[in-house]
Design a protein around this ligand. Structure first.
Ligand code: GRF
Length: 209
């Protein structure tokens, strides 16, 4: 089984969906560790519920780039747990080249929009304010930018009739909870290649250049 570490800063509903999926006998990975940059993260209680070890690395800021020391602590914890893949699940921090270089194309994130539309904070609010009729969610590999890495899987969510950004966010969140475990499973058990910034699953019909 592939060893996975999850990073979460907040309530942790995506972490819960990953933990639930990973508890299935046929899931190709196992969550070894939950790491957070906030000691008030709801994700910590979820880790306890699932019997997943957790640790907090606080560096005094709510978001943005991590300090080199914090990043080194996170990396050390991942190595100690033998983590091979890292899943970001509402982790509000930007990982630097030091961390990403240790896990090339092995850090995944979920973002609540159809990237490349609406990267960054409050994607659902941005989409609602823009008046889009369709939004969705994206699982992507993490590169040095913010929500710019290669796309693994996406799902569309209708935005019509949503009366607020919160209502749109709730619609998207329900789909996130299905997409993230599905995309992780696919990355771990199907053959795929990275061609430039395209992730191509080579077992299905999505061949071509
Ligand atoms: C989700 O909308 C996720 O797409 C974004 O942050 C939010 C985290 O929610 N990256 P939760 O903590 O998983 O409930």
């Amino acid at each position: 089984l592939t060893r996975i570490a999850v990073f979460a800063s907040g309530r942790g509903s995506n972490f819960r969906s990953l933990a639930r999926a990973a508890a299935a006998d046929d899931f190709p990975g196992r969550i070894e560790l939950l790491l957070s940059d906030r000691k008030d993260a709801g994700a910590l209680a979820i880790a306890a519920e699932f019997g997943i070890p957790s640790a907090v690395v606080e560096d005094g800021k709510p978001r943005g780039r991590l300090s080199p020391a914090s990043e080194a602590s996170l990396l050390a914890a991942c190595r100690e747990a033998g983590a091979e893949w890292i899943c970001l699940a509402g982790f509000m921090r930007i990982l630097g080249a030091g961390f990403l270089g240790a896990y090339p194309d092995r850090v995944v994130n979920i973002h609540p929009s159809l990237l490349p539309s609406f990267p960054g904070l409050d994607a659902q609010g941005q989409a609602f304010a823009h008046g889009v009729k369709v939004s969705g969610c994206t699982v992507h590999l993490v590169d040095a930018g913010v929500d710019t890495g290669p796309i693994v899987m996406q799902r569309a969510v209708g935005a019509e009739g949503a009366r607020s950004a919160d209502e749109l966010a709730a619609r998207i969140l329900a789909v996130e909870h299905e997409l993230y475990p599905a995309a992780l499973r696919r990355l771990l058990e199907e053959p795929w290649e990275r061609r430039g910034r395209r992730i191509v699953f080579t077992r299905n019909t999505e061949v071509g250049p």
